[in-house]
Ligand binder design. Structure first.
Ligand code: ATR
Length: 274
């Protein structure tokens, strides 16, 4: 039986076991995918104890993505660029490989829900400067986006990401959001603002071009107040569930050595579980 799972704190409401176990069942694999709720401070010891492959791999979610990268012996360039890992693979020789499939998930979500969106054709704005925002900025730079604008309440954190990722990334304070939205092709909310108080982050969405595609990394609720505001202005939107599924597909491939079966509609299944 091939075992994999997801580590986070809290973990009880993670959607990843729903997705992976549905794919496992549909593929008829002798495998299981379990949630591991590890106390903060115990993550590194937990991961080091899995060396050797009794567990094939882990997805890693908040707040452990940075520690996951540090725990590994090797990292893919996309994990190094994001400075975070959402995938750990435990090889039989005892080594640990860190990867980051969040960027792939983000771009897959845009491709699926906003057909015709092309990151190469114009600026993209990221709201926030935490781990999620850094990963999103790295993914758009990697995808050939000519300009990534990071808007954050704490300007210094946005500037730090801009410095780390190079010349095509610019930092803006939250009070400069309207200027950052001018001419943008895409806008991604990577702040935790909606999570904390259930309200949308207060930015002038009307300053985005009509063709701007608006995305929220939060998927609970599926239509966040931020996305509802964008839809009210007639903008096309992309939801966080599409990104979650988009990062899970390459994770499944890393753990179980095959593509998830297309026969199972994990999106509908996940929405029923939300
Ligand atoms: P992650 O989960 O992606 O690692 P994080 O490190 O928790 O994110 O960061 C959350 C982001 O949401 C930060 O950019 C934070 O802004 P600050 O850097 O200024 O703290 C942003 N954020 C959280 N609540 C916010 C609010 N009410 N208004 C604006 N930004 C907010």
């Amino acid at each position: 039986t091939r075992v994999a799972g997801v580590v986070g704190q809290p973990i009880a409401h993670s959607m990843s076991p729903v997705l992976h176990n549905a794919w496992i069942a549909a593929a008829g694999l002798d495998a299981v995918y379990v949630p591991f709720g590890i106390a903060e401070g115990r993550f590194a010891a937990f991961v080091q104890g899995l060396r050797g492959g009794s567990v094939a791999g882990l997805n890693v979610t908040l707040p452990f993505k940075g520690e996951a990268l540090a725990a590994a012996d090797e990292a893919t360039s996309r994990a190094a660029g994001a400075r975070a890992a959402n995938v750990l693979v435990f090889r039989p020789d005892g080594s640990i490989l860190a990867d980051n499939t969040d960027g792939l998930g983000l771009l897959a979500a845009f491709a699926e829900q906003a057909p015709g969106f092309d990151p190469k054709t114009g600026p993209v704005v990221i709201l926030g400067a935490g781990g999620g925002a850094r990963g999103a900025a790295a993914a758009f730079v990697e995808a050939g986006c000519p300009e990534v604008r990071i808007v954050n309440r704490t300007l210094a954190k946005a500037e730090e990401i801009a410095t780390a990722l190079g010349g095509t990334v610019r930092a803006y304070g939250l009070d400069q959001a309207g200027a950052a939205f001018e001419g943008a092709n895409g806008l991604v909310n990577a702040t935790s603002a909606g999570l904390a108080n259930g309200g949308a982050i207060d930015v002038p969405l009307a300053a985005t071009p009509e063709a701007c595609v608006v995305m929220d990394m939060v998927y609970k609720p599926l239509t966040t107040p931020f996305l509802a505001g964008a839809q009210g202005l007639g903008r096309r939107t992309v939801d966080g569930l599409a990104m979650l599924i988009g990062q899970a597909i390459p994770s499944f491939e890393a753990f179980y050595g095959q593509t998830p079966p297309a026969s199972v509609d994990v999106r509908t299944l996940a929405i029923q579980t939300l």
